[in-house]
Design a binder for this molecule. Structure first.
Ligand SMILES: CC(C)(COP(=O)(O)OP(=O)(O)OC[C@H]1O[C@@H](n2cnc3c(N)ncnc32)[C@H](O)[C@@H]1OP(=O)(O)O)[C@@H](O)C(=O)NCCC(=O)NCCS
Length: 451
């Protein structure tokens, strides 16, 4: 006879995932994401899915602005008209005769994105809100009608965003006389971070972030976290600079350009820059709704930290503990229980999201109890629990406790690795011993701080 599968665990995990998504939606609601989308993705079967995912973000209340990459479409257009073209240091040299075709190709890409947005129930709007001037002649090379950005009309863009439009800004700029210039869309996306308050900037291309394979590293970048597919998960500005400096030959032009612009965007105010692939199903949603995306994130401020809990954290602490309470791994706690001992709690935070918690409760005889150690289901096995326990042990040391103890039913082996040893009920301070729950029959572990 076939056993009936038990879906209870699966349901708990789904509920915990949905809660996490809601917490991210609440955080990002009203904030602005700028997305640069490479046109090389437009013929990929997942392109409509990518734009639909972006529509979902917008419908969830996140403001979205799109800058289309246009390199492939421009190349195709120029080839179709048999117009030769060249690049210097990755920058296109734009001739007079090429310019109208470049404009056409750029507006065409924007138009296609707009059509997909309309299909997703969102209103895209494109316009020329960028002033530019000639890049001129550099080291003897005349860039002709290639321009550099002079100014972006912030107020119009802000008004459109407030009215729930998705502005699409093709990489064409105009000078005061109405002459058009071909500008870099990566630079445009970065420059927008100077003018607008951008929470996240995405570079969405065919490649998925920066692969660690073959890269030279030194002290700053030796121990970077990588994803299952070998991509660097996160880099602060200094680490990104080091990767660039040490690997001029290994990184390709697009990777160098993205990293340089990511550093620049962080410096002018974007909180996070994500380098992701549009060829991976759901990559944008993963990156937004979890801090474990598939691509590389460049960030400017402190990314993870352990800090004392505050009242606003209680709901998240309860949310993380809930599944473990239901499974009987943790004893039930109410909002009031946590509030009463709030000063004992710490939380592990990544990117402002709470992913783990723990507490150190003081007892008599210079003893303290480690309790309420829990890690959000999706972030287990990432070192969060380890970091919280080590933080609490050193806090106990600093506060002068002689012994710490804990009660556990399910995590014995895990705690042994920190140096905890088996104890008995007699090792508990008297006030704890009095309330020991014999039915629960937890094991007592102790850790001497006098060693
Ligand atoms: C126990 C817990 C805090 C570990 O957190 P975590 O962030 O996943 O742990 P880390 O990333 O630091 O360590 C992961 C390693 O510990 C192991 N581990 C996790 N839980 C374990 C357990 N209960 N027993 C033994 N080993 C365990 C994992 O298999 C993993 O091993 P690996 O690195 O060889 O793959 C987390 O699983 C949790 O929240 N559990 C439910 C609540 C609980 O039992 N709390 C303790 C009672 S106070």
């Amino acid at each position: 006879m076939t056993a009936i599968p038990d879906f209870k665990e699966q349901k708990i995990e789904i509920a915990s995932f949905i809660r996490e998504v809601f917490s991210y939606i609440t955080r990002f609601k009203g904030q602005l994401f700028v997305l640069k989308i490479e046109d090389g993705l437009m013929n990929h079967p997942l392109f409509p899915v990518l734009i639909r995912d972006i529509s979902f973000l917008h419908k969830a209340g996140i403001k979205v602005l799109i800058v289309p990459g246009t390199r492939n479409s421009i190349d195709a257009q120029l080839k179709a008209w048999d117009i030769s073209y060249s690049f210097n240091n990755g920058i296109r040299l734009t001739s007079e005769e090429a310019l109208p075709l470049i404009e056409q190709a750029s507006l065409g890409v924007a138009q296609r994105i707009m059509s997909h947005l309309t299909a997703g129930g969102c209103d895209g709007i494109q316009g020329n809100w960028v002033s530019a001037r000639s890049l001129g002649i550099i080291d003897g090379v005349d860039y002709m009608r290639t321009g550099k950005i002079e100014r972006i009309q912030r107020s119009i863009i802000e008004r459109l965003l407030a009215e729930n439009f998705i502005p699409i800004i093709p990489p064409i700029g105009w000078n005061k006389l109405g002459h058009a210039y071909n500008i870099s869309s990566t630079e445009l996306a970065t420059e927008l971070c100077k003018y607008l308050q951008v929470a996240k900037l995405f570079f969405i291309g065919n490649e998925n972030g920066i692969s660690m394979e073959g890269l030279k590293t030194s002290s700053l970048t030796k121990y970077l976290e990588v994803t299952d597919s070998g991509v660097i998960s996160a880099l602060d500005i200094d680490q990104a600079k080091e990767i660039l400096d040490l690997n001029p030959q290994t990184l390709n032009f697009a990777q160098k350009d993205y990293l340089l612009n990511a550093i620049q965007a962080c410096k002018v105010g974007a909180n996070r820059v994500h380098l992701i692939s549009g060829e991976i199903q759901g990559s944008v949603l993963q990156e937004v709704f979890s801090s474990r995306g598939d691509g590389t994130m460049v960030y400017s401020s402190q990314y993870s930290s352990i800090r004392p809990a505050v009242i606003d954290d209680i709901a998240d602490i309860l949310r993380i503990m809930q599944d473990y309470i239901q499974k009987g791994f943790l004893i039930p706690r109410t909002q009031e229980d946590i509030l009463e001992k709030l000063k004992d709690y710490v939380v592990y935070v990544i990117d402002n999201a709470i992913l783990g918690c723990g507490a150190l409760h003081p007892f008599e005889n210079d003893c303290a109890e480690i309790a309420a150690i829990a890690v959000a289901a999706n972030y287990r096995k990432s070192g969060v629990g380890d970091a919280v326990v080590r933080h609490i042990i050193s806090a106990a040391q600093i506060r002068g406790y002689k012994k710490i103890f804990l009660l556990t039913t399910q995590a014995l082996d895990w705690f042994y690795q920190f140096g905890f040893e088996d104890g008995t009920i007699d090792d508990l301070p008297p006030s704890k011993r009095k309330h020991y729950n014999t039915r629960r029959n937890s094991r007592v572990l102790v850790y001497s701080l006098e060693k």
